[in-house]
Design a protein around this ligand. Structure first.
Ligand SMILES: Cc1ncc(COP(=O)(O)O)c(C=O)c1O
Length: 379
């Protein structure tokens, strides 16, 4: 790689030759048979075609006149998905960090909330959003499987936005979304587990989501999309959008939400759902859940291994009791097979079921081998 900006260009074809081995050869393969580490899926090829079209057309959804069909596709996609969550509308974002910020901004503007309340296991973007919006942030305790502890919530939430998580980042825990409080606004961060709602077998695990005021989902997680793809839904989308809209001299229509110029990132998701149908997505989600179940059964049957919690959203944490540290196990496993996470100050090995090509037998063999290598001198 040149150290500084080249004065003369190399030409596009030479750049392809130069960068292919580096960029493609050097990347982690999320579809490898033992890839099971993070919330990042390999993407279906239909999204590559749509991303290529998007780059070539460079539509800007800020301006209806340069994005006519792209805006219609986004509206249609939102109309397809919002009712599954009890919501009336919303818009695309680059991911749930921005979706959470957008939701809490709408909560502050429409309800005048002065505090955000979430569990210790909530994603850091929740605290970050509170900070950006100048709101107090209160973190509450979790139970022994990582769900928000209802009894730890303040009695009076009448000026608070309560954030519940469907699929916590570290452990995949799903908070009880049906809890009733007097919160001024309830936001569900379903960045990871939101797509469970589209599976007949798992939809009930998100019961209660339909009573929320807003729902965030990262489509670049369990909707199998390339980054940057996220969704924010609102129960009263007209009011929420009005609360977070700005006009401007050069704008034909108000600018809704956090972003100004934004891409047609609904198109790859629209194409994927058109190609797969709801049942195709369901098959992906169900297969991921079955892989996680299979891995959990293996780990539970293995002596000397402690599993953090039953599988609720395809995120599995485990550690070797009194033997090899979680960091050493992750180091011994094939790259991309596991990640390291910390819960209540202890380290756990973490797997996430985002890869449809995973071979659980190959992964369990790798885990056996990592465990059988014994305790390293420094552990
Ligand atoms: C529960 C949860 N919320 C929010 C986020 C942030 O989403 P994104 O990375 O799409 O901005 C994540 C990311 O892992 C997450 O797990």
């Amino acid at each position: 790689m040149p150290e500084s900006l080249p004065e003369a260009g190399l030409g596009e074809s030479s750049v392809l030759d130069l960068l292919a081995p580096m960029v493609i050869g050097g990347a982690r393969r999320l579809g490898d048979e033992t890839a099971f580490a993070h919330m990042d899926p390999p993407t279906p090829w239909i999204t590559w075609a749509m991303t290529f079209w998007n780059a070539a057309l460079n539509q800007n959804l800020l301006h209806p006149d340069v994005s006519p069909i792209a805006r219609q596709i986004e509206d249609r996609l939102i109309r397809w998905l919002a009712p599954s969550y009890g919501m009336t509308g919303g818009h695309m974002t680059p991911g749930s960090t921005v979706s959470n910020l957008t939701a809490l901004w709408a909560a502050r503007e429409s309800m005048g909330v002065d505090r955000v309340v979430a569990s210790k296991a909530a994603h850091l973007s929740v605290a970050k959003s509170a900070h950006i919006l100048g709101l107090e942030f209160l973190e509450v305790e979790v139970n022994d499987i990582g769900q928000i502890r209802f009894s730890a919530l303040p009695q009076d939430l009448s000026t608070s936005a309560l954030v519940l998580t469907a699929g916590t980042t570290s452990a995949g825990a799903i908070d009880d979304l049906a809890i009733r409080t007097n919160a001024a606004w309830t936001h569900i961060d379903a960045a990871w587990a939101g797509p469970l709602r589209l599976s007949g077998a798992y939809r009930d695990s998100l019961n209660g989501i339909e009573s929320a005021d807003s729902v965030a989902i990262s489509a670049h997680k369990w909707f199998y999309q390339p980054k940057d793809s996220g969704l924010i839904f609102f129960r009263d989308a007209t009011a929420a959008h009005a609360a977070i809209s700005f006009g401007g001299a050069y704008l034909a229509v108000p600018n809704v939400g956090v972003l100004g110029s934004r891409s047609a990132n609904a198109i790859p998701l629209f194409a994927t759902l058109l190609a797969w149908g709801r049942t195709g997505l369901e098959q992906h989600i169900d297969a991921a859940m079955h892989s996680a179940d299979k891995l959990t059964r293996f780990l539970q049957s293995r002596s000397g291994v402690q599993v953090y919690a039953p599988n609720t959203s395809g995120v599995i944490l485990w550690r070797a009791e009194g033997q090899v540290g979680a960091n050493e196990i992750v180091r011994r496993l094939p790259a991309g097979a596991a990640s390291l996470t910390t819960v209540e100050e202890s380290a756990w090995v973490r797997h996430v079921a985002a890869n449809p090509n995973v071979n659980i037998e190959a992964l369990t063999e790798a885990i056996e081998s990592a465990l059988s290598q014994g305790i390293p001198a420094q552990d």
